[in-house]
Structure formats: structure tokens, C-alpha cells
Design a protein around this ligand. Sequence first.
Ligand SMILES: CC(C)(COP(=O)(O)OP(=O)(O)OC[C@H]1O[C@@H](n2cnc3c(N)ncnc32)[C@H](O)[C@@H]1OP(=O)(O)O)[C@@H](O)C(=O)NCCC(=O)NCCS
Length: 182
Amino acid sequence: MADVVELTDAHCDALLRFFGDLPEGDRTFIREDVTDPDVVRGWAADGTSGTRRWVALDGDGAVTGYVAVLRLPGWSDHVGEVRLVVSPAGRGSGLGGELARHAMVQALEGGLTKLVVEVVAEQGAALALFTGLGFTGEALLVDHIRDRDGELRDLMVLAHRVGETWAGMSAVGLDEALGDSS
Ligand SMILES: CC(C)(COP(=O)(O)OP(=O)(O)OC[C@H]1O[C@@H](n2cnc3c(N)ncnc32)[C@H](O)[C@@H]1OP(=O)(O)O)[C@@H](O)C(=O)NCCC(=O)NCCS
């Protein structure tokens, strides 16, 4: 299990290095300008927006994964949007699932009742990960984004009603994550 901690000032340089090393296509999943040091430092300082962010750290303090839950504003403030990325070298060993489960548990404990995540339709890994955690397709936005080559791609919105699913949590390992949560 990786060390998953809430983002603080102390992690900002390591997080900037992590984002800087990502292929450009992966950075687009985060949507904020993650190469701008002021943006990333602002995240750690921001305790008011309802957004929570966590990083996975290796033994040397390098960031190997990032997950955030952004609380939507106004009449959707019961909904959180998940953004998740794992370093290319660290993929396929369970870290993405661990970060996603951590974010789900924290979102539940923080009072959110619904989570959504936007996934590019071709992103097999992200689709497998989130559907495995109980997310289901809620919208398909056709030709909604352009990739780096300018090609139009479909975007899927997956959703999970976390508040309704306490009973089913053991099926996706959330009960274990709850035991670990801090
Ligand atoms: C999606 C992403 C976070 C997955 O991270 P990861 O650490 O490789 O994920 P895991 O190792 O925990 O795998 C999670 C599940 O996805 C499946 N999976 C992983 N890579 C896969 C692939 N290339 N194709 C199909 N399924 C895959 C695994 O089988 C696993 O399921 P299992 O636990 O039942 O075996 C990572 O690929 C990534 O950062 N992608 C770019 C950003 C992105 O797409 N973010 C999601 C939208 S915000």
C-alpha cells in the first residue's frame, strides 16, 4: 500500500515535478494548469473551497499519484468531481484503485452523496477502474473534447451515488479503505 496523504505546502515541489513529468495528454485530465507553480501552491493554501486533494508518496517523498475531489458549487454542492492520475511508471499495480477508494471514503465522510468523473471514452484503464468501484455511465458527450492531434473524442460522465451504497461497499473494498482512512 502506498502512503496516501492530504496535500500540504510541503508536497508542492514534488507535485510540480510529478505533473511536469506526465505526458501532456495525461495532464489534461486534471484540467487546471498544473505546470503553474502558483496554481499548485494555491491548492495547498486553499482550505475554503470544499476541494480536497491527496498525493501518493514513495519512500523518497516523490509523488507517484494524485487524486482530488472538487465539490461542485451552489445547488450541486452535494456532488464531488473526481480527478485522478498515476505516474505512467506506477500504473497497473493497484495505486489508481487505492487513490480512488481513498477519495470515495473521504468524500462520503465529508457529506458528499454523489461523485462524478469524466473519462475519455477510449480510456480503458480509467473506465475499468471506476466501473469496478461501482460507477456507472450517466452521460455520453459526443465529440466533446479535442485530443492533441485535434481529433474529436467522446467524453463519458460516470457517476456513483456514494450515499446510497454503504451496504455494497465491502464488494469494492471500501470497508478496508475506511479502516485505513485518516
Ligand atoms: C486511470 C489510471 C489512474 C489507472 O491507474 P492504475 O494505477 O494503473 O490503476 P490500477 O492499477 O489500480 O488498476 C485499476 C483497474 O483498472 C484495470 N486496468 C489498469 N490498466 C488497464 C488497462 N490499460 N486496460 C484495461 N484495464 C486496466 C486494472 O485491471 C484494475 O482493475 P482490477 O483492480 O480489477 O485488476 C491511470 O491509467 C492514469 O493515470 N491514466 C491517465 C489519467 C486518467 O485517465 N484519469 C481518469 C480520469 S480523471
